[in-house]
Every structure is written in C-alpha cells, then in structure tokens.
Write a protein that binds this ligand. Structure first.
Ligand code: FMN
Length: 173
C-alpha cells in the first residue's frame, strides 16, 4: 500500500499521552508540515505558537476551565506539546486554513509515530480576558483568534485502529 495513503488511513486521535517529550527535530518537522498547508490565495495567515512548559500549559488549562465553566477541563490529555494555531480575526478563511494546518501536522506527527488530537476549546474563549492575557504573554497578537489547537506527544497505550466510515461517497451514476 502507498505509504502516504496508509499514513492517512491509520491516523487516529490520541487522548492519553506519555510524559516523554517530542524530540526537537521531529517537532520541527511537524511544524514545518503545518506551514506547508494550503491557504486561501496563499495568504499563509497563521502563527503557530508552541507551548511545552508544564506550568504554562497548566495556566492555560486553568484559564480555559474557568472561562468555559468546566472545572474538570483536562490538561490537553497530558500532551507535552500544545500548538496553538491563530489567524487574524478579520481574515475570512481562518477556519479552513487552520484545519489544513492542523491536519498536515497530525499526519506528519503520525508518520513519526507521534500521537495528536485537535483541541477545540480556545475557539470559544480566546477573547476571555484571562485567557487572552495568557495568549498575549505567549506572544500571540491581540488581533489573532484561535479556531483550533493540536496536542502532540507519544501515546500512552494503544490507539484504536478501526473506524467505520461507510456510505459517505456519492458517485453520480
Ligand atoms: C473541528 C474539530 C474539533 C475537534 N475538537 C476536539 C476536541 O476538542 N477534543 C478532542 O478530544 N477531539 C477533538 N476533535 C477530534 C475528533 O473527535 C476526532 O477527529 C474524531 O472523533 C475522529 O476520530 P479520529 O481523529 O481518531 O479519526 C476534533 C476534531 C475536529 C475536526
């Protein structure tokens, strides 16, 4: 089977990560794959903010939990790396471009045996004052919003491999 196709069909979201860090060269490869994503009119509007420091991840987790009134909000499933994808708020294709970046990174990660999962909650609270002040402290421009993040790390345990996805192709006879 073609390696690229195999990589696509075997990628799964990981929701339990081991503590082991992602080596810098592999992380760099994952981020570069994100930067090579397609974007509307080749705008490349994104900024990829990489958060690895456990205390910074925890402060962000706490702020999200508070903003969304979800006291038990998980710490990005224990992932050692969170990549916050942001785009200018007034850019029309931000959601689509963000999705392309994230999927490129997920596939690049999977090719290196690194697990990943989309983290969606910043979409609903990136302008909450406490969350925003943390994003600002991370160097994210005030006029950027977040439509999705990626959590990355080595899976702790097995990842499900099967997925039913039938009846989703409509060939016009
Ligand atoms: C727009 C979007 C938002 C998502 N948000 C989350 C999330 O916040 N937390 C999570 O655990 N998974 C999230 N996911 C992952 C999906 O649940 C997952 O991709 C789906 O269940 C299919 O499983 P698979 O990725 O293993 O193929 C999100 C996926 C997408 C595309």
């Amino acid at each position: 089977m073609n390696e690229v196709f195999y990589n696509i069909i075997t990628r799964r979201s990981v929701r339990k990560f081991a503590d082991s860090p992602v080596p810098d060269d592999i992380l760099e490869e994952i981020l570069t794959a994100g930067l090579y994503a397609p974007s509307a009119m080749n705008t490349q509007p994104w900024l990829l903010t990489v958060v690895r420091h456990p205390e910074k991840l925890e402060s962000l987790r706490k702020a999200i939990a508070k903003a969304l009134d979800r006291p038990d909000y998980h710490k990005f499933y224990g992932a050692p790396v969170l990549v916050i994808v942001t785009v200018p708020a007034d850019y029309r294709h931000g959601i689509a471009d963000t999705a392309c970046v994230l999927e490129n990174m997920f596939l690049a990660a999977h090719a290196e045996n690194v697990g990943s999962v989309w983290i969606n909650q910043l979409k609903d609270c990136c302008n909450d004052p406490e969350v925003r002040s943390i994003l600002t402290s991370f160097g994210i421009p005030e006029d950027h919003v977040c439509y999705g993040c990626g959590a990355f790390g080595y899976a702790d345990g097995d990842i499900p491999t099967d997925r039913v996805n039938k009846g989703k192709i409509n060939y016009v006879p």
